[in-house]
Design a binder for this molecule. Structure first.
Ligand code: NAD
Ligand code: ZN
Length: 379
């Protein structure tokens, strides 16, 4: 029997309170409204951004909420006005969108869509500000417009990338956030030239994807910086050639890197979320031409402080969401790169858990054990 236009009852992992384990609940998922699609999520994974907003230490708390934004699924039904997607399409929901109509969507240089750019504070849908999730009539907030820790979710159609139906969703789900963010931060924003040196701060999935971008760009040296020494062994598989643990040095890490590289690296990409690492990533690039790119999500009260002379000396600081990829236009092509074996995704996936054990994925990330943990829905 078709579920189109009906409320669907399904399982979702609900965060009732900051930092407390998610609770499996039966939720009601309303049908998609204008410009929305309802998606059956098959696989989702955990990104550090989910963990920050779940911990809500340096972020505005909003509970109860359904987290999750890195996922793959199949369209169940579409709302009014959706013409580019239909039931059965294989899709990746994405935390930032593309309306196709605003100055940013028209610009080749930006993916910061006026309507659908990332908004971490919004708990409802853009169309009417309401939530599509409820438990016994009580609304549950959305997260990033994706809320993929649910067997079914409702997403704005501008935040849905339609991909090759032959692509295995248990692998390409990581393209929906971490992989594309890191890869694009290097290839689209830092843009190292062949033979240049690149420092990567933070060797989680995002940082390792940034390293992969550096390898693809033909970087001569890829210097990985992390506080967790167990990251270094894994990172060798991603072409990282040298490692620096700031804890092993008495001097600032920017000075250590400057000494290793005769004045600084050509490019750096920060993928930690630590404001100290952001400053270090900027100050370790070579004067005259160095470019640093910030990717990590800072705490709400963080401030970036560096001496203006560091800029006058011709260093550039940039930042990016989603590696500057336009979600609907560019992401199907990133999936094709995997299908054509230009990109390896398997090495990012260190753990798999059934949906019922989703809290284990949080433990693995908090202990620094996982790169990506895939959560299998319906299991
Ligand atoms: P992760 O937890 O898997 O990896 C982060 C790594 O950074 C860890 O290995 C940790 O040990 C290391 N680290 C932390 N503080 C450090 C410091 N001061 N110096 C050196 N290393 C340090 O996280 P992830 O899922 O790979 O995400 C990385 C960051 O990217 C997070 O801040 C996340 O919120 C952010 N993010 C941003 C975007 C975007 O579009 N800008 C998208 C996705 C994720
Ligand atoms: Zn993410």
């Amino acid at each position: 029997m078709s579920t189109t236009g009906q409320i669907i009852r399904c399982k979702a992992a609900v965060a009732w309170e900051a930092g407390k384990p998610l609770v499996m609940e039966e939720v009601e998922v309303a049908p998609p409204q204008k410009h929305e699609v309802r998606i059956k999520i098959l696989f989702t994974s955990l990104c550090h951004t989910d963990v920050y907003f779940w911990e809500a230490k340096g972020q505005t708390p909003l509970f109860p909420r359904i987290f999750g934004h890195e996922a793959g699924g199949i369209v169940e039904s579409v709302g009014e006005g959706v013409t580019d997607l239909q039931p059965g399409d294989h899709v990746l929901p994405i935390f930032t969108g593309e309306c196709g109509d605003c100055p940013h969507c028209h610009s080749e240089e930006s993916n910061m869509c006026d309507l659908l750019r990332i908004n971490t504070e919004r708990g409802g849908m853009i169309h009417d500000g309401e939530s599509r999730f409820s438990i016994k009539g009580k609304p549950i907030h959305h997260f990033l417009g994706t809320s993929t820790f649910s067997e079914y979710t409702v997403v704005h159609s501008g935040q849905v990338a339609k991909i090759n139906p032959d692509a295995p969703l248990d692998k390409v789900c990581i393209v929906s956030c971490g992989l594309s963010t890191g890869l694009g931060a290097t290839l689209n924003v830092a843009k190292p030239k062949k033979g240049q040196s690149v420092a990567i701060f933070g060797l989680g999935a995002v940082g390792l994807a940034a390293a992969e971008g550096a390898r693809i760009a033909g970087a001569s040296r890829i210097i990985g910086v992390d506080l967790n020494p167990s990251r270094f062994d894994q990172a060798k598989k991603f072409g990282v050639t040298e490692f620096v643990n700031p804890k092993d040095h008495d001097k600032p890490v920017q000075q250590v890197i400057a000494e290793m590289t005769n004045g600084g690296v050509d490019r750096s990409v920060e993928c930690t979320g630590s404001v100290q690492a952001m400053i270090q990533a900027f100050e370790c690039v070579h004067d005259g031409w160095g470019v640093a790119v910030l990717v990590g999500v800072p705490s709400k009260d963080d401030a970036f402080k560096s001496h203006p002379m560091n800029f006058l000396n011709e260093r550039t600081l940039k930042g990016t969401f989603f590696g500057n990829y336009k979600p609907k236009t560019d992401i199907p092509g990133v999936v094709e790169k995997y299908m054509n074996k230009e990109l390896e995704l398997e090495k990012f996936i260190t753990h798999t858990v059934p949906f019922s054990e989703i809290n284990k994925a949080f433990d693995y990330m908090l202990k620094g054990e996982s790169i990506r943990c895939i959560i299998t829905m319906g299991a």
